[in-house]
Structure formats: C-alpha cells, structure tokens
Design a protein around this ligand. Structure first.
Ligand SMILES: Nc1ncnc2c1ncn2[C@@H]1O[C@H](COP(=O)(O)OP(=O)(O)OP(=O)(O)O)[C@@H](O)[C@H]1O
Ligand SMILES: [Mg+2]
Length: 377
C-alpha cells in the first residue's frame, strides 16, 4: 500500500537532488511540476542545459530524481522531461516574459518594463516589513547564509542607505574592490555582499533624495560583479513609501518575503507591505514570524512574549505561505553583533530555524516557477 504524500513532500525530496555541478535541481528551477495521484507521483523536469536525456549526466540525474521520489513510497513514479528553453539560465538580455524559461519568471511583471540589471542573478528576493526593527536585516543575512551553506550561490544586497546594517551582520572582514570600473563584492561566509555601509563615512548622517537612491540601487545591481547567482537577497529599509517602491521597481524582483513579529500591530503594518508588493505585481513568497517565542537560555522555559502564531494565522487568512518561526533569542542578537549569523551552524536550534525558512522559501519558489504547459520530449 503506497503512502499518501503532498506535492510539497515531493519537492522537499527533490531539493536534495543535485546536478553534476552540485547545484540543487529545485533551486535551479528544473522541477516544473509535481502531481500526486492515487498511487502515482508525476514529476515534470527540465534538465539544466546543456544536459539532455541522452547524455550520461542527464541519465544519472533522472535516476537520482526517480530514486528520491521512489523513497517516499507513494506509488509509481513518472518523470516527464520538458524540452529545455533555448536560453540558458542567467543569459544576458532583457528579462524573459513571465512564465518563460526557468529563471525568475515574475521578475518582469514586478517592474513593468524594468530591464534585468544583473542578468546572471536567477532569483531576486526582497525581505521587507511594514515597520522598522522587526528583524528584516537579521532574516535577510541569515537567509543568504543559509542558502550558501546549502551549496547555493548567494548574494546579499543592503538597500538601507540610512542605516546599513549588513556589513556588521556579516562581519565585514573585507572591502569591495573596483576592478575595470566594476565593483567586486566582498565575500563573507560564502555570500557576495554589497552595502552602502562600505562607502559611507562612519557616523555621518546622510541625506538622500529619491533619484539618488534609485541610482544607487541601479548601480548595486548593474555595476557590481554578481556573476551567476542562484539567489540575491535584498534587505529593504523599513516602511512602504516611495523609496521602497522605487527600489522594488528597479530591482525586478522575483518575489518578496514579509517579516513580522507576532503582535497584531506588526501584522497590521505588515499588511501595508503586502499591499505595496501587490500593487507592483510582486509575488509574496511568504511570511516569516520573527521574535516568535522566547526560550530562556538558562532554564529552557519557553515564553510567548509577543503572543505567538499571529503571523501564521495571518498568512493563512491572507492565503500566503507561512515560511516559519524564528525565536526571540539572545544568541541571534549577540552573534549578529559579532558578524556571525546563526545560520552558519545548522546544528543549533537557532541556525536550524533559519535554514528551515530558507528551505521552505526554496520550495515555495520552485512552486511559483512551475510551468503551466509541459512539452514532453
Ligand atoms: N530573533 C531575534 N532574536 C533576538 N534578537 C533579534 C532577533 N531578530 C532581530 N534581533 C535583533 O533586533 C534588532 C533589530 O533587528 P534588525 O536590524 O534585523 O531589524 P530591521 O527590521 O532590519 O530593522 P530596521 O527597520 O532598522 O532596518 C537587532 O539588534 C537584532 O540583532
Ligand atoms: Mg534593517
């Protein structure tokens, strides 16, 4: 008797399958669809170019996919291989139309006619909230580190020019360099980083006007050598004003992650951020509840300081995926201050919490990128 599984379980199983270069096929957007029927699981795949079903590498990958799904014990496994799109992921040129190719499909929709300023970046994720201090930067930095720890190529872009905190969060051991007129981003904990914090005089107030901000983001995308990246995580400044709007339009986002604390107030404000992204046609990839609960570092007693589960309930009510809960935890704060994001160590509960959110996000992304029509080879 086969087990009943959910498509999400299948995606989870497939997220462990890697191509010959060691990149996860889910992260690469190769999984185009999963269907679960009575005693049957069907997976639609697009092999990463230049792989094809006739090559040994292609065959090996198909076997690995088959084995991963078979291990779920959900019945017969069917694999449909779609013809790869003609343009390799991250190829230069304007953004592809929504749904075309296996890159960041909704990117163009997000920004209307915004060109892809960083064409090698496959997935651009904004981390936002309606209000300040809820942990956007902490979540953004830990997500980028979690992706890198899982073997993805990741970048982190800090667009908060008034209070850039990313250099501190990642330790900033290195400085950006300019090579042939382009900015070489420093790499910290395996993540390519850019932030205005590297370029601003310390402890000096800066006055920015809208057009300057717009230009900065354009430069951060177009003049930084991101190379080819699976994920570029963008830390947005607090609020939902013109600055955020302009940033989102310039960045041609794949989607947004909303960070909220559990209180009703924060959630009401988070819904402002949601409304902003919806106005821009940017898909909401999910909601993360930060400072969700507190576990005493001395006695292990758990307290729901701000209430608990409010963000999950709101996500359910609004129909958005809930990506996970991050505890309010002293270690998260102290390690952030020391430039050692907790996600570096997946064996701690704090690190695991962030890594689980990254995995949930990756699964969600793969599902939003599912092609509607599958061409069987
Ligand atoms: N889960 C957590 N547990 C403990 N401390 C946290 C947690 N999340 C964030 N913090 C701490 O809360 C403070 C604010 O976090 P962070 O800077 O990430 O928020 P933010 O939303 O980016 O703020 P801003 O709106 O100013 O950009 C930081 O000192 C950070 O270390
Ligand atoms: Mg911040």
């Amino acid at each position: 008797m086969s087990k009943r599984v959910h498509p999400q379980d299948v995606m989870k199983a497939l997220s462990g399958v890697r191509d010959a270069a060691g990149r996860g096929i889910v992260a690469l957007g190769c999984v185009k669809g999963v269907e679960v029927g009575e005693g049957r699981v069907s997976v639609a795949l697009e092999l990463p170019l230049p792989m094809s079903v006739t090559t040994p590498a292609g065959q090996q990958l198909l076997r690995a996919v088959h084995e991963a799904v078979e291990a779920l014990d959900a019945g017969t496994v069917e694999i449909h291989v779609a013809r790869p799109s003609s343009e390799p992921a991250g190829a230069s040129g304007p953004a592809s139309a929504p749904g075309a190719g296996h890159g960041s499909a909704p990117a163009q929709a997000a920004a209307g006619t915004a060109p892809r300023l960083a064409p090698g970046v496959r997935t651009t994720i904004a981390v936002a909230s309606g209000k300040g201090g809820v942990g956007k930067s902490t979540v953004a930095a830990n997500l980028a580190v979690a992706f890198a720890s899982a073997g993805r190529s990741a970048g982190l872009m800090d667009t908060d020019v008034y209070g850039p905190s990313v250099p501190i969060l990642v330790g900033a051991q290195r400085e950006p360099a300019v090579v042939d007129g382009k900015i070489e981003p420093p790499i910290e904990h395996g993540v390519k980083i850019i932030s205005m914090g590297y370029f601003l005089p310390k402890d000096e107030a800066v006055i920015w006007r809208g057009p300057m901000l717009h230009k900065t983001v354009q430069q951060f995308l177009g003049d930084v050598r991101w190379g080819s990246l699976d994920y570029l995580v963008i830390d947005l400044p607090p609020g939902t004003g013109d600055i955020q709007l302009s940033l989102c339009q310039t960045a041609a986002l794949t989607g947004a992650v909303i960070v909220s604390t559990p209180q009703d107030l924060a959630l009401t404000v988070a819904s402002k951020a949601i409304a902003m992204f919806q106005k821009l046609n940017v898909p909401i990839l999910g909601i993360v509840e930060n400072m969700s609960y507190h576990v005493c570092s001395e006695c292990g007693h758990r307290e729901d300081i701000f209430g608990h589960g409010g963000a999950r309930a709101a996500a359910e009510r609004l129909g958005f995926p809930f990506l996970g809960e991050i505890p309010l935890d002293l270690r998260i704060r102290t390690q952030s201050d020391r430039g050692q994001p907790v996600a570096l160590d997946g064996s701690t509960p704090q690190g695991k919490a962030f890594r689980d959110v990254a995995l949930a996000l990756e699964t969600e992304l793969a599902q939003t990128q599912v092609a509607e029509e599958i061409v069987i080879e």
